[in-house]
Design a protein around this ligand. Structure first.
Ligand code: ADP
Ligand code: ZN
Length: 291
């Protein structure tokens, strides 16, 4: 019996680890994401002396998540230098002779939070990350929900806040959710990084409005058991009360459920696993490919 292996492949850094079927991380390392050759050779070095039963991988995207298609397991149209059209799953499979579970980073983080984090006491969660980009993943009854490909929840359309004249920074859509509410959007609108905007700055009312609209849309479409908002921007803890308040106003009592009423404080919440959500989720994914 070996360990389960886990990889959180981000656009900025790769984290590799080993752990148990219970999702407990036993060891981990992290290094910057450079070229695919260099980065993957560090991955293989890490796992070389570690007997694995299976591997779970959460990758930055967009990825081809369509099993059976020619490019299944490729990172596809990323603007990240060197990584476009990289057969990451194929390269891993050549060197690591174990079953491999492969999915989008945010889906895998959602799986971690759903099983062992802030979603663990319910049927799952919808996990949104608000950082350099915005992404979201839905886990229900222990499974990542996907249709013909992985979701792209960060690019939904939201109604513009009346006090917001910022054009938006999504290269595809301009003022989609990511274009208006990602970390770079905050910086583009206000001229300083989000981390240096004080809690009473008007930026946060606008930010909360966009994230509340997103929560409303996700609730109306999927009725997730819980909404977890992570990523760098969510480290602004004062955002959560603002989001909940605006969400309540927007919903206007239309859906009657304790989650959206007296339970709202424990319905829209920050993550529990912090930086370990991705690696934990990758261990769960590895366990799922064995069973
Ligand atoms: P990534 O999305 O690249 O994995 P992060 O989730 O840390 O990494 O997101 C980085 C983005 O979040 C940057 O635009 C950064 O300015 C913003 N950010 C990071 N930390 C904070 C913070 N504490 N408050 C507001 N914005 C932040
Ligand atoms: Zn977009």
């Amino acid at each position: 019996m070996g360990y389960l292996g886990a990889i959180e492949g981000g656009g900025t850094k790769f984290v590799c680890g080993i752990g148990t079927e219970a999702g407990e991380i036993v060891d981990k390392v992290s290094f910057p994401t450079t070229s695919p050759e260099e980065t993957l050779s560090r991955v293989f070095n890490y796992f070389a002396d570690k007997p694995l039963d299976a591997l779970g991988v959460g990758s930055f995207g967009p990825i081809n998540a369509i099993p059976g298609s020619d490019k299944y397991g490729f990172i596809t149209t990323t603007p990240k230098p060197y990584w476009r059209d990289t057969n990451i799953l194929g390269e891993l499979g050549k060197r690591l002779d174990v079953p491999i579970g492969f999915d989008l980073d945010v889906n895998v983080a959602a799986l971690g939070e759903a099983e062992l984090g802030a979603g663990r006491d319910g049927r799952g969660c919808l996990y949104i990350t608000v950082g350099t980009g915005i992404g979201g993943g839905l886990v229900l009854d222990g499974r990542i929900v996907q249709g013909f490909s992985h979701a792209e929840m960060g690019h939904i359309l939201v109604r513009r806040h009346p006090d917001d004249a910022y054009a938006g920074c999504c290269p595809y859509h301009g003022d989609c959710l990511e274009g208006l509410a990602s970390g770079p959007a905050l910086e583009g609108r206000w001229g300083v990084k989000g981390v240096s905007l004080p809690p009473d700055h008007p930026a946060w009312v606008i930010q909360a409005d966009y994230l509340a609209q997103a929560c409303m849309n996700f609730v109306l479409v999927t009725m997730p058991p819980r909404i977890i908002i992570g990523g760098g921007v969510s480290q602004q803890a004062h955002l959560f009360p603002l989001i909940r308040q605006r969400f309540k106003e927007l919903m206007n009592g239309y859906v009657e459920h304790p989650n959206l009423g007296e339970g709202l404080d424990s319905y829209i919440v920050p993550p529990d696993l912090g930086g370990d959500a991705g690696l934990t989720g990758a261990l769960i994914l590895a366990r799922q490919v064995i069973r």
